[in-house]
Ligand binder design. Sequence first.
Ligand code: HEM
Length: 482
Amino acid sequence: MTTASGAPVGDNQNSMTAGQRGPTLIQDVHFLEKMAHFDRERIPERVVHAKGAGAFGYFEVTNDEISKYTKADFLSEKGKRTEMFARFSTVAGELGSADTERDPRGFALKFYTDEGNYDLVGNNTPVFFVRDAIKFPDFIHTQKRNPRTGLKDKDAVWDFWSLSPESLHQITYLHGDRGIPATFRHMNGYGSHTYKWVNDQGEAFWITYSFISDQGVKGLDVDVADELAGKQPDYHREDLYNAIENGDYPSWTLYVQIIPYEDYKTYKWDIFDVTKTVSKKDYPRIEVGKMVLNRNPENHFADVEQSALSPANLVPGIETSPDKMLQGRLFSYSDTQRYRLGVNHQQIPVNRPKVEVNHYQRDGYMAVNGNGGGRPVYEPNSIDGPVEDPASKSTSFELEGVADSVAYDSEDHYTQPGDLYRLMSEDEKSRLVKNFADHMRQVTRDDIKLRQIEHFYKADPEWGERVAEELGLSVPESIKTV
Ligand code: HEM
């Protein structure tokens, strides 16, 4: 045993004292260091997605045709394998919260490619609650605790949702069977946003990602989930760890939908609106490859807590889209990670790219990678410093309109959730209606409940009527005649 400076420790059981009964001496530097380090053990938890589990594995391409659509090197040929890290999480709960809460699940992936790290930070649902990043902090405040009581606040949750009808699609997924996955292994992952792929000819395509669980998709019964929340709050983390430890490696098959570039102008839905899905009938899924998780982290804090996944970590051939949520996320993740982990968080082993890193950023807290050694610190320079590669430049995107705070075009928040409801079996519908009613029963104000019922009704009158009945309310006539 040594101190952090590497010197042998003489006694780790008894502090150094003046005589047998104390007081403790300040010259016991081992004691001082041990206590001081302990005092600083906690770092900020993630502002969202605080509770999660992570594992390492690989991604293998299974389709030779994918390089037609992207020049991303890690997707270039069938059989190509890339090391990965994955972290699954709940959204709203704190670091110690129960895994079996009703909540979307994070599905965050880091591919350590030969062209740098590519992160795909998605969820287990294909849509989201809001579609402009400016609404995200407000939305999350409703999911966290009431500032006065320190308690979860159902009035805030439903006040916000009922005033933000674009949330209807996502809350339908959330209150259905996917709202509490059986395990992290039994859920799909979606990129949710539309991204842009570019091939080596410079041709661009819009794409969506779906990771379909090879274990199948399964939900947990609400009563079982409630019981587990009390008895085994780390149930999902434990399940993933044990499965991998037992050699039962979970895997997912990745599919993409390829949307021809020009179609964004005419498709019936705005493909940059994350509250909408793109139909599989219009753009069928194409298989890309398989992701397998086969190694547990050696140390949870080092690899899972310190992991920093960001939609801004892109590689040539994969680009962003104009989606207003995605644009906000490009800033938010790396920004919070500079606060949560420090400005040099990409040097932490789990985040460190497997390729040489060459830039002109220097210094800052915890610069542990040699800090560029004696290499030049400015560019342009005539002393052989690293230079840009024009082939990696993002493609252009034509614009029209005026710069302003502009709302999305489509106010149709009802067709897609209504279709989702109508696709459900009678059993699924009953569970959905019951889940909504059980959740909304905790709201203290009827005006909030009625406003939300109006949205259900507009998506499908039967749905509105059923939730209203469960809550002992009636759908107002004024809504029915609209
Ligand atoms: C985590 C912001 C929307 C999926 C986070 C974190 C922030 C954040 C600040 C914490 C990151 C960290 O501490 O490392 C936002 C903002 C959004 C947004 C501003 C909208 C404007 C979304 C959407 C998805 C998503 C649409 C899924 C499609 C995730 C996941 C994590 C996360 C999976 C956890 C990453 C991990 O495991 O470390 N988000 N988020 N977020 N977010 Fe978002």
